[in-house]
Design a protein around this ligand. Structure first.
Ligand SMILES: Nc1ncnc2c1ncn2[C@@H]1O[C@H](COP(=O)(O)OP(=O)(O)O)[C@@H](O)[C@H]1O
Ligand SMILES: [Mg+2]
Length: 249
């Protein structure tokens, strides 16, 4: 049974100015353990698709099963619980709370899950260590680089041990080396069994996926499997090809 099973899924917006078909009937299976890149031009329906798969939005037509559960049969509470238990989200703009430290940001999903303070703190610190930020737990987002903020967001997404990580343009705000670090982390998590679906504009990012699905005008127009590039190898090559400049001045 696929982890994600989407059949003729659509999302239409009825606006005063007319109807907008954001997603025009998409059918797609994603197997547990896969690492999928979703590509396509701006406005092609990528975020709409991710929001439906992530149960942040409801379709106007079609069917969606997540891990065998027909999502359309769930109530609002049921959806929220499913989201909290099975899904982690990462966005381009990190979406961290600015006034609290990394640890408190990572604790947030566990507050919703009703865990006690001590367990929350322990698990948040473990998740931060997992993404290489064990020594930054008490920094606020402003005190961290973009790549570090995105790793906090990934720690937050992982803290309830989801089966599925959804990332919408997770490297869109990062430089190419930092993007590779994030991809290396996704590849590690994927090897540990987390299914990853990430949206990207960037063919260089998509090379690190096992499968590339292309959207256009709310439809899937291509779907190919590939041998993924290894982000850790690319990182090593990146550092050899572009050494840090000497302190010349
Ligand atoms: N809340 C909304 N109301 C009206 N139209 C929307 C809304 N969200 C998205 N759309 C439209 O749906 C289409 C797909 O958008 P989106 O899924 O965000 O594309 P992408 O992520 O590929 O750039 C676009 O034409 C967009 O303008
Ligand atoms: Mg988008």
């Amino acid at each position: 049974m696929p982890l994600i099973e989407v059949r003729d899924l659509s999302r239409v917006y009825d606006l005063d100015s007319g109807r907008v078909t954001a997603l025009g009937g998409v059918s797609l299976d994603i197997e547990a353990g896969d690492l999928v890149a979703v590509m396509g031009p701006s406005g092609s329906g990528k975020s709409t698709f991710m929001n439906l798969v992530g149960c942040l939005d409801r379709p106007t037509g079609g069917h969606y099963r997540l891990d065998g559960v027909a999502v359309e049969t769930l109530s609002g509470d049921g959806l929220a619980e499913l989201r909290n238990r099975k899904l982690g989200f990462v966005f381009q703009q990190f979406n961290l709370l600015p006034r609290v430290d990394a640890c408190a940001n990572v604790e947030l999903p566990m507050v919703y899950a009703g865990l006690d303070g001590k367990s929350r703190r322990e698990r948040a610190l473990a998740a931060l260590a997992r993404v290489g930020l064990g020594d930054r737990a008490h920094h606020r987002p402003m005190q961290l680089s973009g790549g570090q903020q995105q790793r906090v967001a990934i720690a937050r997404a992982l803290v309830n041990q989801p089966r599925l990580l959804l990332a919408d343009e997770p490297t869109g705000a990062l430089d190419s080396r930092t993007a590779l670090e994030i991809l290396a982390l996704f590849q590690d998590l994927n090897r540990e069994g987390v299914t990853v679906v990430l949206v990207t504009h960037d063919a260089e990012v998509a090379r690190h996926a096992r499968r590339v699905v292309r959207f256009r005008d709310g439809h899937v127009i291509a779907d190919v499997r590939q041998e993924p590039a290894d982000a850790r190898l690319a990182l090593a090559a990146h550092d050899t090809a572009a050494p840090m400049p000497e302190a010349a001045e």
